[in-house]
Design a protein around this ligand. Structure first.
Ligand code: FAD
Length: 517
């Protein structure tokens, strides 16, 4: 008995010593940072804002915040830290719009780079054949939209919400209802300017420094800071026909979605969402959707049943309205939705793309935007989506959803397997996004604790049923979990890290690598 106690105590002390010894032993070198000169400024005082994000669950206070006015401000900072090498534990996180969920853009005792400070009002728009726009990595997508619309152009692939930065979404993928046709945003970039973890400023593209280019796209900020991006554009439509139809049966809903993404030209945007136990459906639907026939729409009663809503959009110019209407009705006639539930509206292209911002403003006014967001985003192979839906919508989430649940398929052929993004190994996979808000700080079905327990049940089911699911906007705290997430791509990811950021200075908030000192 005594012997066992001795060994247990010994092992406890031994393991703790290792833990303590492997923790950083020296806390950076602020005095030397103060000697650097910048076009912008480095502040050690007002740093609290950089310790928050949209998730409202993780707060890591940085040592300083850099507000760069030039790319060389960023390069100078990183080069300085690179040269401090093993004498410093300072890390660097680029912060786009800080809309991460788990502290991914934070740096405990490190330097946060406020990328929005690098934005410039003038964006170069090339209007010739194969048009593009050159923008700063800290620019917001909403501003890119406004600028390119002046030339009758717009990016092809979007996120549902546009108040996110170019660098922030390109570090993940950037997925929305256009992805089935154009691929994610990382499939629509021609060229990047990047500051690596050694402080080098490099241009990269398919033809120049291609390994860096593909590393950075979907690279979770691990290989470099995106300071400029060249984004592919297309002619912007004037208007959008925005359609919603309802299904009570998941199999029929999914079959129609898959049929639609196969016919590439049928619609310009294809998404869907799950409605759980909602009686006053119209009042509860996400965003600014306002059907042209609200009376007919309001007559539909769900009786608290789980429903699946297919959301479609068709772009058009004003002179094509009637012809488009007829074509849409023809295409919809091939679908098997519940017949009295066709809701259609017409909005401007900009209103359509910026639709989630309308919800943001509403939630802000009620104090419901700045709350914890325990979101869970999953990429699920088509072959297992039925099993997933049966368990999750049939057993786990039956009473309420605490926020929108998006569900829609995309085509893997539109993704470039040279990027760092991790996706399921199947030709079609679904994005399923549980966009929960924890509005109640104590117990109850809308509390953080309850939602986290539900998320855990969903993840455990995916694991035990071996569904081949990958997390999107992944969050893990153990390296072995990261290794499992990347699977066969892990070796390449590690090798890319050792090439472009060998000291693991960049994006420590992702918790994939720890700075070696
Ligand atoms: P941040 O939170 O600032 O940064 C995210 C990560 O990228 C960090 O690791 C950071 O260090 C790194 N990073 C930031 N800028 C750079 C840069 N210039 N160079 C290199 N690394 C950088 N995603 C979708 O795909 N589709 C959606 O429809 C969608 N909708 C969303 C709606 C809302 C309301 C929110 C809050 C998020 C949504 N997201 C969506 C997720 C979003 O794309 C990511 O959270 C994204 O990272 C947010 O961008 P950001 O500028 O706020 O990034």
């Amino acid at each position: 008995q005594n012997n066992r106690f001795f060994w247990r105590s010994f092992m406890f002390l031994f393991l703790n010593c290792i833990t303590i010894r492997t923790k950083p032993c020296c806390s950076g070198n602020p005095p030397s940072l103060r000697t650097l000169t910048f076009d912008g400024d480095l502040t050690f005082d007002e740093v609290h804002h950089a310790a928050t994000d949209f998730g409202h669950r993780f707060q890591m206070l940085p040592l300083a915040v850099l507000h760069p006015k030039s790319v060389s401000d960023i390069a100078t900072t990183i080069k300085h830290i690179w040269h401090l090498g093993a004498h410093s534990n300072i890390t660097v996180a680029a912060r786009g719009h800080g809309h991460s969920l788990h502290g991914q853009a934070q740096a405990h005792h490190g330097i946060v780079i406020n990328m929005e400070a690098l934005r410039s009002p003038k964006k170069h728009v090339y209007t010739g054949k194969a048009p593009y726009v050159d923008v700063s990595g800290g620019e917001l997508w909403i501003n890119v939209l406004h600028e390119t619309l002046k030339y009758g152009l717009a990016p092809k692939s979007w996120t549902d919400y546009l108040h996110l930065s170019i660098g922030g979404t390109l570090s993940n993928a950037g997925i929305s209802g256009q992805a089935f046709r154009h691929g994610p945003q990382i499939s629509n970039v021609h060229q990047l300017e990047v500051v690596t973890g050694k402080g080098e400023v490099l241009n990269c593209s398919e033809n120049q420094n291609d390994d860096l280019f593909y590393s950075v796209l979907g690279g979770l900020g691990q290989f470099g800071i995106i300071t400029r991006a060249r984004i592919s554009l297309e002619a912007a439509p004037q208007k959008v026909k925005w359609i919603r139809v309802l299904y009570s049966d998941f199999t029929t809903f999914a079959r129609d979605q898959e049929h639609l993404i196969a016919a590439e030209k049928a619609f310009d945007y294809i998404e869907g969402f799950v409605i759980i136990n909602r009686t006053g459906i119209l009042n509860n639907w996400r965003s600014s959707f306002d059907p042209q026939d609200p009376v007919q729409a309001s007559q539909f009663k769900s009786d608290g049943k789980t429903l699946f809503c297919l959301e479609l959009a068709k772009y058009f110019n004003t002179d094509e309205s009637d012809q488009q209407h007829e074509e849409i009705i023809n295409k919809l006639s091939l679908l098997k939705y519940i017949q009295p539930t066709l809701f259609l509206t017409e909005v401007s292209y900009e209103e359509f793309l910026d639709r989630v911002h309308v919800s943001e403003v509403k939630l802000q006014s009620k104090g419901l935007w700045e709350v914890p967001h325990p979101w869970l985003n999953l990429l699920i192979p088509k072959s297992n989506i039925q099993a997933f839906a049966e368990e999750v919508f049939g057993n786990i989430l039956t009473t309420t959803s605490n926020g929108p649940i998006l569900i829609y398929p995309v085509n893997k052929s539109k993704w470039d397997n040279r990027t760092s993004a991790v996706i399921p190994d199947e030709d079609i996979f679904y994005l399923v996004a549980f966009l929960s808000s924890a509005v109640n700080s104590s117990a109850g079905t809308d509390s953080l604790e309850h939602i986290l327990t539900q998320n855990k049940r969903i993840l455990e089911f995916c694991e035990t049923a071996n569904l081949g699911v990958k997390q999107y906007l992944p969050h893990y705290t153990m390296q072995e979990d990261w290794q499992a997430h990347f699977g066969p791509q892990w070796k390449v990811f590690v090798q890319r890290k050792s090439t472009y950021d060998p000291l693991a200075i960049l994006a420590p908030g992702q918790r994939i690598f720890q700075k070696a000192i």
